[in-house]
Design a protein around this ligand. Structure first.
Ligand SMILES: [Zn+2]
Length: 337
């Protein structure tokens, strides 16, 4: 009997690299995750290979028998050139990462795509978007981005930056975003920014309380009781406080959800997907914000586009990256053959 063809999937983030041996059905046969000790591209290339070989060991398969290796990198990718155009968490700009990796493993076919693209591909192949040709996966964490599959193909745009949903404008002259613009969605609904927004409002409420000689702020009291000091505010704490009736947390989670929902509505109206998967740490931790976002889609997308789209959650969790990367490599090789 012919042995099954196996591929390696790599998920490269800013702090760690995850590698997995994946079969055609998207099952992980062995995996490895380790922290990056250096962000220098040559060292990262070594770390990727080490993780890949350890994952092969865990799967009981020699590295030399892998048919190919797919990489998903958190950043903007030029797939044709094998170039990481920008990966802020790694501090990279225009890094020819595939070349660096290929020099270390000349006989392994390699592919690279953005983390969002490989996640969307994985969900489409074996996750929450199985068999759906027009699929959008939106992940809301510290950053906000969308992986887009249109007509059964990944859509990444002319320069690889399609799906940069965190930087669509939702508020003229609004809060400052890490990209330098004002009023980006991410400046409100990105996890760290949402917590910072709550801290700002909490400090104002506490100063007002002090000025009025009150012991407790008029709003945000449950939140401050829960975390102790404004510096410790997180989206998870906000969700908990909101559940206990905290007005400040409720207002901000709902406002962030509303802005996200408006951006999603525009995406749905514009691209007419059959399925929209909403995930990422922030939404996972805040059912309240998720509900507000879906209500925003209901309110603002066109009737026909809203009727066509089913909204649910991704199913692959933190395995989406490695599974999607391996399956994308598999698909690319079979198309090329
Ligand atoms: Zn921005």
């Amino acid at each position: 009997m012919k042995r099954e063809e196996l591929y390696l999937g790599i998920d490269l983030g800013g702090v760690s690299v995850r590698a997995a041996v994946v079969d055609a059905a998207g099952h992980v046969l062995g995996q490895e995750k380790h922290r990056l000790l250096s962000k220098e591209p040559p060292q990262v290339a070594e770390a990727v290979l080490r993780a890949a070989k350890t994952a092969c060991g865990a799967a009981g398969m020699p590295f030399s028998e892998m048919k190919g290796m797919g990489l998903g990198v958190a950043g903007m990718i030029d797939r044709e050139q094998g170039l990481v155009r920008s990966a802020p968490t790694l501090g990279w700009r225009d890094v020819p990462f595939i070349k660096l990796l290929q020099a270390r493993t000349p006989r392994t076919p390699l592919w690279i795509a953005s983390e969002l693209s490989v996640s969307a591909w994985g969900e489409r192949a074996v996750g929450g978007g199985r068999g759906v040709d027009d699929l959008i996966v939106v992940l809301v964490g510290s950053n906000i981005g969308a992986g887009i599959v249109m007509a059964g193909k990944l859509y990444e745009g002319a320069s690889g930056s399609a799906g940069d949903l965190g930087h669509v404008q939702v508020m003229p002259n609004g809060r400052l975003c890490s990209c330098g613009q004002r009023g980006c969605l991410e400046a409100y609904a990105g996890g760290q920014n949402l917590a910072a927004w709550a801290r700002d409002d909490l400090r104002i409420a506490m100063a007002a309380a002090r000025a009025a000689g009150e012991r407790h702020p008029a709003v945000g009291r449950k939140l401050i009781d829960l975390v102790g000091e404004p510096e410790k505010v997180s989206v998870a704490a906000m969700e908990k406080a909101a559940h206990e009736g905290d007005d400040l947390s409720r207002r901000l989670l709902e406002e962030a959800g509303r802005l996200l929902g408006m951006a999603l509505a525009n995406l749905v109206t514009m691209l007419n997907p059959a399925r929209l998967l909403l995930g990422g740490g922030v939404l996972l931790g805040s059912p309240r914000m998720t509900r507000a976002a879906i209500a925003g889609v209901d309110a603002h997308a066109t009737k026909s586009s809203r009727a066509a789209v089913q909204i649910s959650a991704p199913e692959l969790g933190e395995q989406a990256g490695v599974v999607g990367a391996a399956l994308l490599a598999r698909e690319s090789l079979s198309v090329a053959a």
